[in-house]
Design a protein around this ligand. Structure first.
Ligand code: DAK
Length: 261
C-alpha cells in the first residue's frame, strides 16, 4: 500500500496484516470533506481486496480524531445537493467494510467524526478524547448514523442528551456508557489499538469475518433471527481448513497457523 496518491490521509503497514490509516487535515481538525471521505473509501476498497490485510486501525492526531463533516462544504449544499451528495456512497463503503476496523481516538471526536468512529468495530479512546454530536448547534441533526448508532451504543437517555444538547462527553463517560471499550493514556492509544489489531490479525480470517457479521447483524435483528444467523455462520466455519487447524493445534499443544481457507 502506498500513501503517495493521498492528500488527506496517510496509510502505512503497521505489523503483519495491519494497516494504520491516519486522517490528515490538521488545519481543519480532520474535518471530513469529500476528498477525505473519497480517499478513505478508496483505502478501504484496497484493504478489502488485499488478502494479506486482516485488520485496519483508523486514527487522527493528538488534537482531533475528526471534528465532524466539513462545515464549509456542507454550507454549500441545498436539499438537492444533499440528495445527490457523493459522500453518501463513501459512508456506505465505510459501513460495509468486512474486516475488523478499530478506531484509536484522541481529542475531538465530533459529529461526523463520532459517526465515523462508531462505524469502527472497536473504539479505543485516549483519556483526553471528547465525543459529541454537536450538529444541533448548527440547526441540523446527525446524518451519518449518529442518532441510530449512538442509540444502540449508549442507550436512549445518553443518546438523547448528546444529540439534543450537543454537549460532548468525556472518554470516561464514553467508557461508562459503552461507546468505547478501553481508555488509554493519549500517547498510547494508537499503540494499544495496533496491538489489538495484531492480535485479531493472527486469528482465522473467516472466523473473524463471520463473527463480526454476526454481531453487526444482531444489532439490527431480534434474538431468534440473530441466533439463527450465528448458527448458520458457525456451521459454515466447520467446512474450513482453519477450523481443523485451530482444533489440531490445540490438541497438539502448538500455535495454530491459519491460512484463511
Ligand atoms: N468543519 C470545517 N472546519 C472545521 C471544523 C469542521 N467541522 N471543525 C473545526 N474546523 C476548523 C476551524 O474552522 C478552524 O479553522 P481556521 O479558523 O483556523 O481556519 C480550525 O479547524 C481549528 O478549529 P478552532 O479554531 O475552532 O479550534 P478550537 O480548539 O477553538 O475549537 C472545536 C475546537 C472542535 C470545539 C470547534 O472547532 C468546533 O466546534 N468545530 C465544529 C464541530 C462541529 O460542529 N461538528 C459537527 C459538524 S456537522 C451526512 C454525513 C455527515 C454529517 C451530516 C450528514 N450525510 C451523509 C447526509 C455530519 C455533520 C457534521 O459533522
Amino acid at each position: 500500500m502506498t500513501t503517495d496518491n493521498f492528500r488527506t490521509l496517510a496509510v502505512e503497514t503497521a505489523g503483519a496484516g495491519v494497516w494504520l490509516v491516519r486522517l490528515n487535515r490538521p488545519q481543519a481538525l480532520n474535518a471530513l470533506n469529500t476528498e477525505l471521505l473519497g480517499e478513505l473509501s478508496a483505502v478501504l476498497d484496497n484493504a478489502e481486496d488485499a488478502g494479506d490485510v486482516r485488520a485496519v486501525v483508523i486514527t487522527g492526531n493528538a488534537r482531533a480524531f475528526a471534528a465532524g463533516a466539513d462545515i464549509n462544504e456542507m454550507a454549500a449544499l441545498d436539499m438537492v445537493g444533499i440528495l445527490n451528495d457523493p459522500r453518501q456512497q463513501h459512508w456506505q463503503r465505510i459501513t460495509r467494510f468486512s474486516k475488523p476496523l478499530i478506531a484509536a481516538v484522541n481529542g475531538f471526536c465530533l459529529g461526523g467524526g463520532c459517526e465515523l468512529a462508531m462505524n469502527a468495530d472497536i473504539l479505543i479512546a485516549g483519556s483526553d478524547a471528547k465525543f459529541g454530536q454537536p450538529e444541533i448547534n448548527l440547526g441540523i441533526m446527525p446524518g451519518a448514523g449518529g442518532t441510530q448508532r449512538l442509540l444502540r451504543a449508549v442507550g436512549k437517555s445518553m443518546a438523547m442528551q448528546m444529540v439534543l444538547s450537543g454537549q460532548p462527553i468525556t472518554a470516561q463517560q464514553a467508557l461508562q456508557c459503552g461507546l468505547v471499550s478501553e481508555i488509554t493514556q493519549p500517547e498510547f492509544t494508537v499503540e494499544r489499538a495496533l496491538a489489538l489489531a495484531a492480535d485479531i490479525a493472527a486469528k482465522a480470517p473467516l472466523a473473524v469475518r463471520l463473527a463480526k457479521e454476526a454481531i453487526l447483524r444482531g444489532m439490527d435483528a431480534d434474538l431468534s433471527t440473530g441466533l439463527r444467523y450465528e448458527r448458520q455462520a458457525f456451521t459454515v466455519l466447520a467446512a474450513t481448513d482453519d477450523r481443523n487447524e485451530g482444533i489440531a493445534a490445540f490438541r497438539e499443544k502448538r500455535k495454530p497457523g491459519f491460512s484463511g481457507r
